[in-house]
Design a protein around this ligand. Structure first.
Ligand code: BJ8
Length: 426
């Protein structure tokens, strides 16, 4: 991390500088161990290494410049927040990562101890004043998905500018009508924030922009069906993580360039692991930056990860917004439909997620699935049972992992993953 030039900016953002420096030092070391130690990385990953090395530097500087030019910065923790509307109002949307154990004791003064690590992380980052993204936000958009988040936003709204979208729990016509009205309400809120009216022209452009980003990520995801795998799961996860905060046009161009390199590699029958290496699909809770623990363990255990059925993965990119709508009203309809296709475990029933996991595992020629849930995450720990039954019926082995952001269980995880990989080889 190039820290020296950015201290003034961080000070203006009211960060706790010593605590922030310590965080960057840990992050830099962690990244070096997990990423820079990999063999056979694609040349295009240099861009991602650069973005990560400047994650609290250059990108934050860009956000401050955008703000100085009159744009607003909107933060989100969930893929239900429609980026198209945010961009159409000329705002910048950033995903607030929440993937590190930081400020946990402080977080536990606002939320119960038996809250998932992701929620504790975003509360902890805010209370400890170590996240320049949160501090750059003019508005943070929450959502009523799981109970943990729903209640945490009540506490979070006392310390940050929060707006909450009501996400229905089912997908009936009445639920669709509710979600449609929430999209309209968000449009009004973001227009109020910026003083800019969202027109059909602006929204149409934003829909195409976000679709282009999703298409590039889908292209990358599909190329991972090749054996040998052309990219590691760690690198693919990093790309998906960076998609939440990088500039969307620059990011899409870089991912497409990376896909060109992947195609060359596939044509040359080369990859990051030998042909025949056990191939695993990760499925479950999102892995936000810098949550690289499980991918590191899996790929250090003789397997390669070929996909992520997660909101930091294909659940966020699989479905595009219909681009044929011409009126504002029809575009809002298209947004409503697209976002309601998200198969988050917060929905009931949610059988489509099982179908989607099986289809993805088959498309990517996965030998097995690792279901990943954060401790205390009710929606995903519950669904792990159903997913395992569905996969078993379909002849796909599954390993259920429940963990948090701590490193204490790495040895135990490694033992379980290695045994699973050995079983796949047998
Ligand atoms: S659409 S997956 S990003 S809610 S891990 S906070 S569910 S207790 S993150 Fe998610 Fe939106 Fe759904 Fe996707 Fe709650 Fe579970 Fe914690 Fe979670």
């Amino acid at each position: 991390m190039s820290e020296t030039t950015y201290h003034e900016m961080w000070e203006k953002l009211n960060l706790d500088l010593p605590a922030h420096d310590a965080l960057l030092a840990v992050l830099g070391k962690f990244y070096g161990d997990i990423y820079m130690s990999q063999q056979g990385r694609l040349k295009g990953m240099e861009y991602l290494d650069f973005v990560l090395s400047e994650v609290h530097g250059l990108r934050i500087k860009e956000l401050q410049e955008a703000k100085a030019a009159g744009r607003k910065v909107v933060g989100a923790f969930c893929v239900f927040v429609p980026e198209e509307l945010t961009l159409a109002a000329n705002c910048v949307q950033v995903g607030l990562c929440a993937g590190a154990e930081a400020g946990t004791e402080l977080a536990e003064t606002l939320v119960p101890r038996n809250t998932c690590a992701l929620i504790k992380s975003f509360i902890g980052f805010k209370l400890a004043r170590i996240c320049p993204y949160i501090e750059s936000c003019d508005l943070i958009v929450g959502e009523t998905t799981c109970d943990g988040k729903k209640k945490a936003y009540e506490a979070f709204s006392e310390i940050a500018p929060v707006y909450v979208m009501e996400v229905p729990q089912c997908k009936s016509d009445a639920d669709r009508a509710l979600w449609r009205s929430e999209i309209v309400k968000y449009k009004a809120r973001i227009e109020e924030l910026t003083g800019e009216a969202i027109t059909a022209d602006k929204l149409g452009q934003a829909i195409r922009l976000v679709n282009a980003k999703r298409r590039a990520l889908n292209r990358l995801a599909a190329l991972r069906a090749a054996d040998p795998a052309p990219i590691s799961g760690r690198d693919a996860l990093l790309i998906n993580q960076v998609s939440f905060y990088d500039d969307p046009v620059r990011f899409t161009t870089s991912v497409n360039a990376l896909c060109d390199q992947m195609e060359e590699r596939i044509a040359a029958r080369e990859g990051v692991a030998a042909k025949g290496t056990p191939r695993l699909l990760l499925s479950g809770c999102p892995m936000a930056v810098p949550n690289w623990k499980l991918p590191f363990v899996v790929e250090g255990s003789g397997a390669v990860i070929v996909g992520e059925e997660s909101c930091i993965g294909t659940r966020n990119t699989r479905d595009l917004v219909d681009e044929t709508a011409e009126t504002l009203d029809d575009m809002l309809e298209a947004l409503t439909d697209r976002y309601l296709k998200i198969d988050c475990a917060c929905f009931t029933p949610n059988a489509e997620r099982q179908d989607n996991i099986i289809a993805l595992a088959r498309d990517l020629k996965a030998d097995g699935v690792i279901h990943y849930a954060l401790q205390f995450c009710q929606p995903y720990t519950h669904e792990a049972f159903k997913v395992e039954k569905a996969l078993t019926r379909d002849g796909l082995p599954m390993l259920a992992i429940e963990t948090d952001y701590g490193m204490q269980d790495v040895g135990q995880l490694k033992t379980r993953v290695e045994a699973f990989v050995e079983m796949l080889k047998a």
